[in-house]
Design a protein around this ligand. Sequence first.
Ligand SMILES: N[C@@H](CCC(=O)N[C@@H](CS)C(=O)NCC(=O)O)C(=O)O
Ligand SMILES: [Fe+2]
Length: 370
Amino acid sequence: MQPIQLFDPASSTYTYIIFDETTRDAVIIDPVDEQVERDLALLRQYGLKLLWTVETHAHADHITSAGLLAEHTGAQTAAPQACGIATAALQLTDGQLLRFGGESMRALNTPGHTAGSMSFVWRDHAFTGDALLINGCGRTDFQSGSAEAMYHSLTQVLFKLPDATTVWPGHDYQGRTHSSIAAERTGNARVAGKTLEEFTAIMAGLHLPRPKRIDEAVPANLSSGIRHDADSMDAHVVRPAPGYAGDVSATLAHSWWQQGEAVLVDVRTDAEREWVGFVPGAVALAWKQWPGMAMNPGFDDDLRAAVPADKKVVLLCRSGVRSVAAAKRATELGLEAYNILEGFEGDPDTNAQRGKKGGWRLQGLPWRQG
Ligand SMILES: N[C@@H](CCC(=O)N[C@@H](CS)C(=O)NCC(=O)O)C(=O)O
Ligand SMILES: [Fe+2]
């Protein structure tokens, strides 16, 4: 049985539907919001019961219909854990099986296009998202992308799948529909026969234009594409503050960081991170100043080294006090510095009273136990 392949011409995105032929339980991969009516009609036409909507990553070029499909069909949303899509009911990890009827689909970590990107293997089909494309691969120049990680995902993960596996990419910009692992392993122009150095040079030389909808798409995709109401709109606004560029919600800070616009600096102590939890990928740079103490030794130099001149810095502490002090210092050093409101842990009492969830961890953004 073949997957159903659907195409969104505006973003050249492929969406896939696979299902158990007996039970009619179905999975949809990378659905696009503009196509939700088409997809609902197709599910009805085939008599399918949608169990799961699955994302390969938090897309930068279109908005997912995962949230809408979940509302309309009762499907559950699933997304790679490391993508920080807090609204996804199932946070997928490497090797995890997603079951539908008697079928199952396996999640594989294939970072590179984004740090959280995954591919999915069902029978002898691989849905490679924006990791492996036909005669190409996803770009690695924004949203926590990494050419090194991409090279590893292509050569050590995807090219290790059986040769006959059919490759179903997340996009194709030239009308091609599918390929095979053998064809890509031996013929892919960006990676076949290339060393890591050659590959990273190719990726660094692409100079692709920024996706037109990135500013709108990434924040929306971090909440399964459900458009923000007036209240949650708040969460995406910068509140100006004296002495530094402003206060931002954890969600906005996270989306800037994902898009490669900001460096995330965690100013908590090593001990706090050990006890409470790490944010993977954040720069750890403790803010140790208190009244009467000499200027934090090493902080200025370490901060300058961590933040390129063309990027913002977003500062995280436990509750949002030290990060304000650090944001003021960063501003004195000439950086565009923002404090992350309510820090890593937020304030559960205040948040409960306001009926809101604030703080990095309370908003379900990525972190792990020390
Ligand atoms: N031009 C498109 C963006 C195209 C783009 O950047 N696509 C990404 C996938 S989200 C990519 O990895 N492209 C790889 C390539 O073009 O080689 C837009 O404005 O939305
Ligand atoms: Fe993408």
